[in-house]
Design a protein around this ligand. Structure first.
Ligand code: FES
Length: 302
């Protein structure tokens, strides 16, 4: 059976059911699910499973992120045994003197990563489906079929700020890579530094690397680099832009995967640093390169 012959059209109230023909009036045919009762569907697969799984994953990981950023400021970094690990939720680290002791410094910067994630095209799809059931899945009756105005009105019109959060995310990435450098730079008691690899170094590297892949697979970045162009050869720096656009497009195909892997990796890096700081685990030194080269001392950070 061909794909087209398997395709079903809405049997919902007031919707046409005949197969569309050339010349039919616009909006005569609506997708299955249109004006059907909430949750009603002709689909016979487990269409409810993916939104449910997404909801559980988001509740768990966002719940942990909130705990770490708001309630857990006592263990955001680990500076001991030559290590200097900083939780990604607290980077860039800002702790002005006027900040009350009971307020987590993570709250000063949280708006940027939070805004970037909540306005992300993939996450929008995930939480619209999982939490708003709007729609719950393709070809399934929606909770709300009237009055839908897309993202044209407050508060959803704020989703259009995504590209500005992208600019902030690109700046944050530079700072996070600096934290990676510090996580691989171990200190001797005499103040000299050397390159070494600890468990925390790898956790922080994984967090920043996956965040980089997530950011560089962003739909807005793809549009900005070349997606908006009709003609690369007519544009300024068209050749390099086409190459960059091609690379971002390859990453973009896996944007959903990078969104999940990076969220998990950031939470894991915070968890690892937290466990070291609380003394629950002892960070292993996996390799040292003391004889190869030493690293310069650089100040800053907590
Ligand atoms: Fe997901 Fe930009 S679309 S980060």
């Amino acid at each position: 059976m061909s794909l087209e012959s398997k395709r079903r059209w809405s049997s919902g109230v007031g919707a046409a059911t005949a197969t569309p023909q050339a010349g039919d009036a616009a909006r005569r045919h609506r997708g299955a699910g249109f004006q059907q009762r909430f949750g009603e569907s002709e689909r016979d697969d487990a269409w409810w499973f993916k939104p449910l799984l997404q909801a559980l994953g988001l509740v768990f990981l966002i719940g942990y992120a909130n705990y770490a950023a708001i309630l857990g400021p006592a263990h955001y970094h680990y500076i001991a045994n030559g290590r200097h690990y900083l939780s990604p939720f607290y980077s860039p680290y800002l702790h002005p003197s006027w900040l009350p002791a009971w307020l987590s410094p993570a709250l000063l910067i949280l708006v940027f990563p939070l805004g970037f994630r909540t306005t992300c095209y993939y996450y929008r799809k995930a939480y619209y489906r999982s939490f708003f059931a709007d729609p719950y899945a393709c070809a399934v009756g929606e909770a709300r079929s009237k009055g839908y105005c897309g993202e044209l009105k407050f508060p959803f019109v704020l989703q259009n700020l995504h590209r500005y959060f992208l600019y902030a995310a690109l700046v944050f990435l530079v700072i996070l890579w600096w934290d990676v450098f510090k996580a691989f730079r171990f200190a001797d008691p005499d103040g000299s530094h050397f390159f070494a690899v600890g468990g925390g170094s790898l956790a922080i590297l994984a967090s920043t690397a996956t965040l980089t892949l997530y950011t560089f697979s962003c739909h807005s970045l793809r549009h900005l680099i070349g997606g908006k162009l009709d003609c690369f050869s007519c544009a300024v720096a068209g050749g390099p832009r086409q190459k960059a656009w091609g690379l971002v497009s390859v990453l973009n195909e896996r944007h959903m995967g990078w969104a999940w892997v990076s969220l998990f990796a950031v939470c894991f890096a915070d968890f690892y640093v937290r466990m070291c700081s609380m003394g629950v685990i002892t960070d292993p030194t996996l390799a040292t390169f003391r004889q190869l080269f030493t690293l310069p001392h650089v100040g800053g950070g907590p």
